[in-house]
Design a binder for this molecule. Sequence first.
Ligand code: ADP
Ligand code: MG
Length: 356
Amino acid sequence: MLEDKNQKRTSVSELGEFGLIDHLTEHFEITQESTVKGIGDDAAVIDFKDKKAVISTDLLIEGIHFDLSYMPLKHLGYKAVMVNLSDIYAMNAMATQITVSIAASNRFPLEALEELYSGVQLACRNYKVDLIGGDTTSSNKGLLISVTAIGEAKEEDLTYRNGAKENDLLVTTGDIGGAYMGLQILEREKEVFKVNPNNQPDLSPYSYIIERQLKPEARKDIPQLLKELEVKPTSMIDISDGLSSEILHLCKNSNVGCNLFEEKIPLDQQVISTCEEFELNSTTVALSGGEDYELLFTISQEDYPKIKANPHLTVIGHMTALSEGIHLITRANTKIPITSMGWSPFNEDKNNDKND
Ligand code: ADP
Ligand code: MG
């Protein structure tokens, strides 16, 4: 619905592969000291001196991970970078470089790829990461974009999924469920648009949750904040698939159980009201929704005074002995096992087609 049919369309073949790479990357700047050689040779060179290198890759495929009928290409470029930076921050590391590889069918003119790269560039600027390479090729159908993020950390700062201990507190950043509810709004508007293309919907009541879906921000501030507060998390993961799935990862890797308190889960008012409108349970949405790109981590109880007044951080539960299992403690004070599909009584209607 966002495709402008009157836009200029320059065929990529007019430029050739090298011309295209030059054209797309010419306005990117190198800002990191660790970038020794960026785009333009057979490989990039980076130097982290006494620090450890942290690397993460994601591949996004049109029709599976994104839908261009409501995802503007600039947002897609931005989000593809965010998804990867989020993984670096989840290691308690700082992201420094990315590579971006694309495969596009001839449905995508130069102008479309420029849009995509303008989003990549905005992400690079906002998060101070250098684009240092990639690959460019054609595809028979659709668009693929793969981003690799590289970061650095002191060895002693690196935080894995496996360090949570019994009695540690479970902490989340931000609020949960917004990206999923934003997607519900966008899917609904897409259906309305199919029936009536002239309909101009008022999406202002949903601005926050739509932004959470289309323009997520990775939590670069959190590793920095934790350092300032002198808190080293015992384990950490980013929330890409929903709270329940991430809690299960932390518990499984750390060999502990967990009690998560329903009443503590931070929800934005727009998430609550949109859940009411869609007759969805907001706890189910927080547990199974995904794509919030907040950080979920555990801390030792001793560190609680250091974080308790911080508006970015909410304690939502605590870790238990492995034998106690992994449970949601509801507002009614009942104990419900958390499964990979959310929490048991509400499993039936959950999205079985989730891709990650
Ligand atoms: P090779 O033939 O060795 O794979 P390429 O011609 O594909 O090299 O790439 C030339 C340079 O441009 C390399 O530095 C490569 O990392 C970079 N590059 C290629 N495609 C992209 C892209 N889509 N985005 C950013 N850099 C790219
Ligand atoms: Mg190549």
